[in-house]
Design a protein around this ligand. Structure first.
Ligand code: HEC
Ligand code: HEC
Ligand code: HEC
Ligand code: HEC
Ligand code: HEC
Ligand code: HEC
Ligand code: HEC
Length: 331
């Protein structure tokens, strides 16, 4: 059974198409509207230096002392976490911040030339507090280093830290420092220096011309592409719900609409999430069942699933759900 776990995807990404990158400020000179709104999206803040994160001023207020296994104590000291076992203290800088913080922010810092540390404590926006990083709550540390968090190898194609940076940044990594933090223009449009230098004459990729399945794959480079064999996906494993292309591709809406339904039907790629999706549904469903309420179609037909509170994800397998079961439609 295929399981995609926690904040870790264990996926070797295909390299982006080649060519030089320009960087979003250059794109913004000629496309100011897209630049302005995209800069406010979660994509743009998917990765930053902790010292530059939009939520950094809320962290000290949220940072109450945490305890673990009766022995380890955690205390924040500016942008550094101090772990104390009663005898010694280990101070770890909060170097990188993964996640805009729509749900969570996870901190990562360089250990040595071989490892990165994923911190034990993440910030959860709904709680306005720090709590164990998903996947780490059940671990039993025996020393200070283990208590600080989980070590990820550098350069390991399956379980390395490189994957985190690749999905949360743009334009390639040099010594694990991204050309550009966050998911910016060229993560979706491909390298665009030639296009920029030519004043827009040289072509640049526009995903608008992609089919719905090709978009599932393009967005799925980071959001996970549909499984080639759906029978191998564990549909009862709640973490999998966060892989929208995998679930959307199972929907009758997707399968039976002759390619008219894609990620772009509901999501404007340069903007933050919409406040309502009802009109999108009604455009294709003028008539509905007697059970249907007039509003919040997605609330019933795309239920939110919580693999580990307080995190929750929208089930993109659009369907009829009954009896509170939100992982798989009743039919
Ligand atoms: C010097 C100005 C300039 C810069 C810099 C620039 N563009 Fe453009 N771009 C244009 C012009 C002009 C067009 C319209 C071309 C046309 O319609 O034939 C365009 C069109 C586009 C399109 C639509 C292409 C299509 O075929 O539908 C995309 C997407 C795009 N640009 C993305 C980018 C990205 C990403 C960057 C940064 C890497 C960028 N542009 C930098 C001038 C620029
Ligand atoms: C380079 C990897 C990457 C690509 C390509 C990508 N995404 Fe994302 N996407 C992310 C990450 C990482 C986040 C989490 C952002 C955060 O920290 O909140 C995200 C978040 C989102 C969100 C939540 C709202 C938001 O602004 O955070 C939506 C919707 C979304 N992506 C849709 C898409 C669609 C549609 C495509 C394809 C057109 C796409 N993404 C392509 C990595 C990617
Ligand atoms: C295969 C691509 C991929 C890899 C690898 C990856 N992420 Fe993500 N990450 C995403 C996407 C896409 C989202 C947003 C969509 C979602 O969670 O449903 C996301 C969301 C997050 C969020 C929540 C963001 C928010 O604003 O709420 C955090 C925190 C995060 N990732 C941290 C990490 C860390 C740390 C690693 C490495 C240990 C990692 N990610 C590896 C693609 C990836
Ligand atoms: C998450 C993927 C993604 C990111 C990041 C992204 N774009 Fe786009 N872009 C798209 C998609 C998808 C379309 C097609 C939009 C449509 O058909 O509605 C598009 C279309 C465009 C167009 C054509 C005109 C338009 O608005 O439809 C321009 C110009 C453009 N993008 C520029 C940019 C610039 C500049 C940035 C960075 C500030 C950027 N894009 C970031 C996915 C993305
Ligand atoms: C591009 C058009 C399109 C959009 C947009 C769309 N659907 Fe559908 N949907 C369809 C088609 C086509 C079917 C299959 C109808 C059939 O079997 O005759 C379908 C089927 C369904 C079903 C029945 C599912 C089943 O498994 O029997 C539900 C429920 C549904 N849609 C709800 C929604 C909701 C809620 C939205 C908005 C979040 C939505 N749809 C958006 C085209 C669409
Ligand atoms: C029929 C409409 C629809 C389509 C198509 C759709 N989404 Fe969504 N998406 C939603 C709704 C509704 C939400 C919940 C928004 C909210 O809670 O504010 C959502 C939320 C998200 C989120 C935020 C995390 C979460 O799980 O709540 C991401 C990321 C995302 N969608 C990615 C995608 C990608 C990638 C595609 C294409 C494979 C896609 N979506 C296609 C309706 C849609
Ligand atoms: C309160 C929950 C709820 C809301 C809100 C809701 N629905 Fe439904 N919907 C249902 C249930 C339950 C069924 C199954 C009815 C049945 O099997 O007779 C259904 C069935 C459907 C079907 C399949 C129709 C068929 O003939 O089998 C479609 C399409 C649909 N809904 C679309 C929508 C749209 C569009 C909206 C928003 C305007 C919406 N629903 C809002 C609960 C809801």
């Amino acid at each position: 059974m295929l399981r995609f776990c926690g904040f870790w995807f264990g996926l070797a990404l295909a390299a982006q198409s080649s060519g030089p990158f320009a960087g979003s400020p250059v794109c913004g000179k000629c496309h100011p509207a897209q630049f302005e709104s995209q800069s406010r999206s979660g994509h743009a803040h998917a990765l930053s230096r902790a010292s530059a994160h939009p939520l950094r001023t809320t962290w000290p207020l949220a940072a109450t002392e945490a305890r673990r296994a009766g022995k380890f104590r955690y205390r924040f000291d500016g942008l550094s976490l101090r772990v104390d076992d009663g005898a010694d203290v280990l101070a770890v800088p909060m170097e990188w911040a993964f996640g805009a913080g729509q749900q969570a922010v996870t901190f990562v810092s360089r250990g040595d030339s071989r490892f990165y540390l994923e911190h034990y404590l993440s910030y959860f926006s709904k709680l306005k507090a720090f709590a164990p990083t998903p996947g780490q709550a059940g671990l039993r540390p025996s020393n200070l280093a283990e208590a600080a968090g989980l070590l990820y190898k550098i350069g390991d194609p399956v379980a390395g830290i490189d994957g985190c940076f690749e999905c949360h940044s743009t334009g390639g990594l040099k010594d694990l420092t991204p050309a550009e933090n966050g998911v910016r223009c060229e993560a979706c449009h491909g390298p665009g220096a030639k296009h920029a230098e030519s004043g827009g004459k040289a072509p640049v990729l526009n995903p608008r011309r992609m089919t719905a399945s090709a978009l599932n794959d393009a967005c799925g480079r980071c959001h996970r592409p549909p499984a080639s064999d759906p029978a191998k996906v564990d549909w009862n494993f709640a973490w999998n719900v966060r892989h929208q292309p995998v679930y959307l591709s199972q929907s009758a809406c997707f399968v039976k609409s002759a390619g008219k339904l894609s990620c772009l039907t509901c999501h404007a790629p340069h903007e933050p999430l919409a406040t309502s999706y009802d009109q999108k549904c009604v455009n294709c469903h003028a008539t509905r069942a007697a059970d249907c309420g007039p509003r919040d179609c997605a609330g019933c037909h795309m239920p939110r699933v919580s693999p580990e509170p307080p995190l929750s994800f929208t089930n993109h397998w659009i369907g009829i759900y009954r009896g509170g079961a939100g992982l798989k439609p009743a039919r």
